[in-house]
Design a protein around this ligand. Sequence first.
Ligand SMILES: Nc1nc2c(c(=O)[nH]1)N[C@H]1C(S)=C(S)[C@@H](COP(=O)(O)OP(=O)(O)OC[C@H]3O[C@@H](n4cnc5c(=O)[nH]c(N)nc54)[C@H](O)[C@@H]3O)O[C@H]1N2
Ligand SMILES: Nc1nc2c(c(=O)[nH]1)N[C@H]1C(S)=C(S)[C@@H](COP(=O)(O)OP(=O)(O)OC[C@H]3O[C@@H](n4cnc5c(=O)[nH]c(N)nc54)[C@H](O)[C@@H]3O)O[C@H]1N2
Ligand code: SF4
Ligand SMILES: [Mo]
Length: 847
Amino acid sequence: MTVNKPSSLAGQMINPSRRGLLKGFAALASATALSPIPGAREANAFAYEPYPRDDDLQTVVTSCAHNCGSRHMLVAHKKGDVIVRLSTDDGRYQAGGAFGKDTEAEPQLRACLRGRSYRSRLYSPERLLYPMVRVGERGEGKFKRISWDEALSQIAAKMVKLRDTYGPTALLDQSYAGASYGVLHKSDQIEGLLGRFLGMFGCRTSSWSVPSYQGTTFSSRITFGTIEDGNEDDAFAHSKLIIMWGWNPAYTFHGGNTFYYMRLAKQRGCKFVLVDPQYTDSASAYDAWWIPIRPNTDAAMMAGMAHEIFASNLHDQAFIDRFCQGMDRGTMPGWAQNRESFKDYILGLSNGQPKTPEWAAAICGVSAEDIRKLARMYATTKPAALKASWSPGRNAYGEQYNRMAAALQAMTGNIGVLGGSSEGVGKAWHAEAVAYPYDQYSNIWYASIKSDRWAHVVLNYPNVRREEAGLWPRADQLDGVIPNIKGIFWQGSDWLNQLTNINKQLAAIKKLELVVCMDSTITPSGLWADYLLPVATHFERHDVALPWYKGHYYIHRPKVIQPLGESKSDFQIFTELAYRLGFGPAYNPRATRDYFNNDDAVDEAYLAAWWERVQHHQGVEMSWEEFKKRGVYKFKLPQPHVAFRDQVEKGAPFPTPSGRIEIFSTVLAQTADFSRTQWGYPIPAIPKWIEPWESLNSPKTATMPFHLVSPHPRWRTHSIFNNIPWLRETFSQEVTINASDARRLGIKTGDTVEVWNDRGKCVVPAYVTERCMPGVLVLHEGAWMDIDENGVDRSGNPDFLTLDEPSPAGAFAYNTVLANIRKTDLRHRPGWDQLATSRSAVFRRDL
Ligand SMILES: Nc1nc2c(c(=O)[nH]1)N[C@H]1C(S)=C(S)[C@@H](COP(=O)(O)OP(=O)(O)OC[C@H]3O[C@@H](n4cnc5c(=O)[nH]c(N)nc54)[C@H](O)[C@@H]3O)O[C@H]1N2
Ligand SMILES: Nc1nc2c(c(=O)[nH]1)N[C@H]1C(S)=C(S)[C@@H](COP(=O)(O)OP(=O)(O)OC[C@H]3O[C@@H](n4cnc5c(=O)[nH]c(N)nc54)[C@H](O)[C@@H]3O)O[C@H]1N2
Ligand code: SF4
Ligand SMILES: [Mo]
């Protein structure tokens, strides 16, 4: 069966009167020949009129969601089953709270612009309301509505066929962090619902590297033995110097109130520095000293700083002697006396090349004078926070940048001290994170690959070396076996749009036999799926929200409204599929078959049991009932949480093999054959500068003269919110280019340009400014890809240009990209939402 082109109905939907639009949906739905399964409800939201007064409305505390850098309170004001307004924390809701309460110890959890726009996402025309099956070619975007029963039977039958034909690695788990910050409804690579489901089914290739910070994770684990190397936000208020290294907290949230605490620091006399190829809004807000740096050369600049600190004797030798391994010869372990220490490397004692500021300047483009000045500032201002963010680690050899930053933090004695910082990953708080059964079934896998190698593996199977795939070692006969991937599940991820080298992914996806996308909206990935399963949002299911990496609180997430359309929670979908595949009771032990239509009591039971653990493990006295009534529980800490305080103040060991901060890594030094590790390629035992594959210093600049970086947008969470008109009014997708480069190329602000390299091309308007250093382009990640008939992306998605070659430690090299740019006659399509609207009209037709 084929699908009609969007008709006048679609036209009507592009500029809809909301009321008419939603009535339209309801009419379409009720006219359908399919009978909705029991328990499903039709969408019946209205938007603006009549505008109810506050005393007509019921107020429900809940939280915002997603992998967005924080976790804030949203307060829904609803009439009947419809949310008509959203507000946020005003100080009233926590125990002992009052309207307006907002203190340094207990700040409000106020939502950002994205959270405050959530209602327009919840009720967007792009919501998926019914299960859909593909009817055209894969990627053509043609679907028809089917019943849940048909969809799940078909998927279950195909899963069995793939497992029985191709073996236990045929299905790739590409769940990701879309929903990982709830304790029950989780999408996550390690603790998630999909992993449990595929593992128990007996067919799962897992994806082990995390796009955000795999280089940083590696560095934190190798150096400190943990990723919990972060202070809580409020510790920033005590710094005298904050170096924002590749960090723009005004845009890219890392914690809920970071900006507020940094402002307190400013008011108390803290100085700010930004090391970044672009001058950011954070720099302007704090009047920071901007040091523009050639992208990906950070480890060289840091080595130059280390040289200056050692050469001027500004390092904290007592701290080094007491806490570090391998910072210098005196701290090398007995078994490695003949190996190179970090100081040997920096001073050039081992290879004759001292890493002087002059040496570094030639690589990173920052003058030797500035490198010296910053090094001295950092070593002599106490306490100082070098916040080395993840972005410069999202590069070729990004792990070396993060390890080099840790070496600077350690040699200046800024670890374990209030106002200092040991942050790499920066996780600060240990939440009680999982409410669903987390047991021996939770993380079963038969192969595990570096996440963005999946397309390479599919396209080259079976001629792939284990190190190319980043295969995780196993102790059984599956060790080294290249997975034969034939199907993908996306749950809580829009990875086709977000992983590297989209063109290569598009070639690979055509080869698969089953692609399932579970999401609450239509996504660019979803358009390439065989089955679209509509997932209830966090407003439509019961859960508790966790903070991101910082913050010490829990927010209750009641089922604020009934699920729109026929949407179901991920847990309901997997449970029902598990029943069809024969392991329902084991998958969801508290549920019966009825769970698909009746989730309330089961979810409540999981969450109440989880709250008991919270009470027990974290000393919370508040009852579950009281927590549900208030909506939020904020922990009161006696002092700001500082990572490694116990190690530094009380001599507790660091959780590394030596019990010390391992600048010289025991594990790396003792690895004889890297090809048999998940890393695949050699990694030096101490942090070193290693030339990236592409940079402004490489010969490739002859044809590709610009280095493109793709940070995270303020107005989106990756691809989420791309379709929200309110947010579109605040920012546009555009490529930032330095004014002198633009003048030379005849490019003015607002001109449409194409940005390309040998991997792909995208079209986007230009923004010309002095705030971006010459030779660098900035293009935010997450635009919904929109490919024309020649394969050119018209939306300005940088992942058409990124490379799927991960760094040895697994870092996605999103910011290691050379490209070129020129004016174009091709039209930018800012409005994928329009296209989606028309497509969603098609989705909703009764076909
Ligand atoms: N060029 C470039 N690309 C990048 C990056 C970069 O710096 N540069 N950054 C990378 C990074 S760090 C990240 S984290 C990735 C993010 O990549 P993704 O995780 O793919 O990005 P999101 O847009 O957050 O997609 C999450 C999806 O989950 C869906 N979702 C939300 N809640 C639920 C739920 O409860 N159930 C289900 N089934 N679905 C849900 C959302 O609707 C959304 O479609 O992008 C990466 N891509
Ligand atoms: N608003 C918003 N907040 C978010 C997210 C979001 O999508 N939207 N996503 C969340 C997620 S999942 C993640 S992983 C984090 C990411 O958090 P980060 O990695 O900290 O953020 P980015 O925005 O990628 O980059 C921050 C800065 O690094 C600079 N930069 C890029 N390359 C280099 C380099 O080679 N060297 C130096 N010195 N600087 C460089 C960029 O110009 C940018 O100003 O953000 C989280 N917070
Ligand atoms: S930072 Fe994240 S949780 Fe907070 S309001 Fe914005 S999108 Fe929501
Ligand atoms: Mo991320």
